[in-house]
Write a protein that binds this ligand. Sequence first.
Ligand code: ADE
Length: 225
Amino acid sequence: MEAEAKPVIEKLGLTALADSHTLRGNFPRFQGEFEGKEIIISLNGKSSEYGVDRIGTEFAALNTQSAILEFAPDLIINAGTCGAFSADADIADIITSDQPVVYHDHRVPMEGFSEFATGHHPVTYKPDYFQGVAHKLGVVTTGNSLDMPEVDRQIIEQNRGMAKEMECASVAAVASLYGIDFFPIKSVTDHVDIELDNVEQFLENLNRASLKLSETLIKVLTNID
Ligand code: ADE
């Protein structure tokens, strides 16, 4: 989302790239150099119909492929916010992963298809990248809904999901298709297991979580050689 990316775009002093005008609703991109590394931030953009951020897996996958074809990156990071169980993480905690990313809302109970649907897309975890960065390691679990119906909860628990979010598995799938190293950095906006409505929590904590995300991303970028 634009709100998640704004603090880091400002801190890194990235500049907006011109629209390519090939699509109805571009992927807004920002470019710059940071400690000798070329950085591109590519957002999923806004819906031309509804004016809101194009959250979810379809635009994340399209955006990732489009950015790979245009910039041929060495490394892809999916940075954003997530929900988490209150026993696992506090608001604004940072979660990354050393385990494959899964989907919790792809259910196809047929031989082979079930595993395919779950995803299990690879993640690269290099402890050096997170040197001096407070973070938790857990499974990132992706679905296209903010709520958590019982069936999703059961699957998340079976997979020992820690960060519940809406893009990571699709970005990981595309990165894997092109053989590019990938990892997530997620900052917690809401607890998925308390009475308080997720939307309320999300809106209340979005700025704090996005700020933490930007600080973490900058530290991680500094650590990458
Ligand atoms: N992003 C932030 N919080 C989330 C949640 N609870 N579910 C899915 N995506 C999220």
